[in-house]
Design a protein around this ligand. Structure first.
Ligand code: VG1
Ligand code: CO
Length: 542
């Protein structure tokens, strides 16, 4: 039954910020997906008889990829594979199932917020037994192994029925098809005050959640509609589609602009939210108030104790380096530790496992806690609803109250997409070479205090990661960060992160673009972005 299939290595299977992401067409190349999965299985120990969780965001090629992965798992000696019905598991739900099923790990099939369909993107990543993305040591080993593969193991067997709940057998391995939502919804109910949220609803509070035709639809219907009692119409685009209805399932102001426009109307619901393709990102918008992800993280840090699961307070917080320092000010006021990590959730895992932090977040619409080892979109929405239910303020009121206490970190990210890789690399090389000359240099009225290429030493296990992005720190707390994306599938994406701090006594009500204008000019002066990219403006501003 077990087949040993000869293969030759692919040179481009290095996992990026969040696993391996390529065009579907690349994944459909003969042996491409198989090679990567075999490389994963070859670097993990103790497979014999172990459990593996498999789930995806439902995008095009999800079902085929799951059939391939399940057969390879059986051929490689796993004892049990647990799969979400219809092949669906949101990334945070997969993390939860890995932890509760005491699995060896999981394969998560997603390209997150990237578009789906035959000509769009697919992705795969391996998560370890703690439920979190494999740390760099393991992803490097997977890449190394992929370079030397000469065969993979699979089965000659009929496909499994992904839509039938319960157990099936695949050449002696048990395949368990589970409800993708139930255990996750129970976990949410154990963390948040659902009664307080129901009372909020009874008092006329209205919400809208845009699942962007991606994986969170079934989770949102179960939690917001069935368990919390909001009308069914509160969940829009709630059915997962293979091509996400032709949209980018990216919850930002560009791709969720309809939600944004609705929320800016005077008769908008009290609260609007959205999540991404695989359910780990969140967008929070109150009536007339978009909450930047960095502010949202800081507000969660200041208020999360209002939710029962966090009533004893936070052990510490962590944010990725490009995320604004708004949360740092809250941590300081609370007297708790605040860690600054490289981009990508995998760097939070060791801090969460060691009990050093309770809450983590990224500027890219990611927030989460120690309940799982991934960021979690629906969790963030519930955290906000719980806070709104406990504080007698609107979303806008909570944001303003926060700024009045801690000051405001004006923030924006400018993305230049599809840049020629050589041009993007040249820009970064030039910036890196100029670092030593920057301190003391003036950009408008601002003076550079410090400039470096961010390097991180994991405080728990000592693992090091360097070259994580150029930081230019100005006197007074303003900042520019430059880095290249590790999740794109076409050319290079340059990300420029711009942040200006305004103390509580300062001007808290400026337009973001105005508040950042001087820094935006400064970024251009320091990095010659237009010349290097050939673009006169960023493609996406978030
Ligand atoms: C982007 C974000 C990063 C996030 C990653 C995965 O990475 O900037 O903060 O962790 O996507 O998010 P990059 O390397 O393109 O900047 V998701 O929702 O794919 O899992
Ligand atoms: Co995602």
């Amino acid at each position: 039954m077990i087949k040993r299939v000869p293969t030759t290595p692919f040179a481009d299977q290095k996992p990026g910020t969040s696993g391996l992401r390529k065009k579907v067409k690349v994944f459909q190349t003969a042996n491409y997906l198989e090679n990567f999965i075999q490389a994963v299985f070859d670097v993990i120990d103790d497979k014999q008889g172990a459990s593996l969780i498999i789930g995806g965001d439902g995008r095009y090629f999800n079902r085929q990829a799951i059939q391939i992965a399940a057969k390879m798992a059986a051929a490689n000696g796993f004892g049990r594979v647990v799969i979400g019905r219809a092949g669906l598991l949101s990334t945070p739900a997969a993390s939860h199932i890995i932890r509760t099923q005491k699995a060896l790990g999981g394969l998560i099939l997603s390209a997150s917020h990237n578009p789906g369909g035959p000509d769009e993107d697919f992705g795969i990543k391996y998560n370890t037994a703690n439920g979190g993305p494999a740390p760099e040591g393991i992803t490097d080993a997977i890449f190394h192994r992929s370079r030397g593969l000469d065969h993979y193991l699979t089965l000659d067997a009929p496909d499994i029925d992904l839509d039938r709940l319960g157990d099936q057998s695949l050449a002696g391995m048990t395949v368990s098809i589970i409800d993708p939502v139930a255990a996750y919804a129970d976990l949410m109910e154990s963390l948040f005050d659902f009664n307080a949220m129901r009372r909020l609803r009874d008092h006329g509070f209205c919400m809208t959640f845009d699942a962007m035709s991606a994986v969170t639809g079934p989770y949102a219907v179960e939690i917001f509609h069935r368990r919390l009692g909001f009308p069914a119409s509160s969940v829009v685009n709630g059915e997962p589609l293979e091509d996400f209805g032709g949209h980018h399932p990216d919850p930002n102001l560009v791709h969720a602009h309809l939600l944004y426009e609705r929320m800016m109307q005077p008769d908008a619901p009290d609260f609007g939210a959205a999540s991404d393709g695989d359910g780990d990102r969140n967008l929070i918008i109150g009536r007339g108030r978009f909450v930047t992800p960095s502010d949202s993280l800081a507000i969660l840090a200041a208020n999360l104790h209002l939710a029962p699961g966090y009533a004893s307070g936070l052990k510490g917080v962590a944010r990725s380096m490009p995320t604004s320092a708004a949360v740092d000010r809250v941590a300081e006021a609370l007297g708790i530790a605040c860690y600054e990590t490289p981009t990508g959730w995998k760097f939070f895992g060791s801090l969460l496992d060691a009990g050093r932090v309770t809450l983590c977040g990224e500027e890219s619409a990611g927030a989460g806690s120690d309940h799982v080892r991934e960021k979690d979109g629906v969790w963030a929405v519930l955290a906000w609803l719980n806070i709104l239910a406990k504080r007698d303020l609107s979303v806008d009121g909570i944001v303003r109250d926060h700024w009045a206490r801690f000051g405001r970190n004006y923030y924006a990210r400018h993305d230049y997409e599809g840049v020629a890789t050589a041009d993007a690399d040249a820009l970064m090389t030039k910036l890196r070479a100029s670092l030593a000359t920057l301190p003391g240099r003036s950009v408008g009225a601002l003076t550079v205090a410090r400039a470096d290429d961010f390097a991180y030493v994991d405080p728990v296990d000592g693992a090091t990661s360097d070259r994580q992005g150029v930081r230019i720190l100005f006197e007074g707390g303003s900042r520019l960060v430059f880095r290249l994306s590790g999740t794109g599938t076409v050319g290079a994406t340059l990300r420029v992160y711009i942040e200006a701090y305004e103390p509580p006594t300062g001007r808290l009500d400026r337009e973001v673009h105005d508040a950042l204008a001087e820094l935006i000019l400064g970024a251009e002066t320091l990095a010659d972005i237009r010349k290097a990219t050939g673009k006169s403006a960023p493609d996406v501003i978030t």
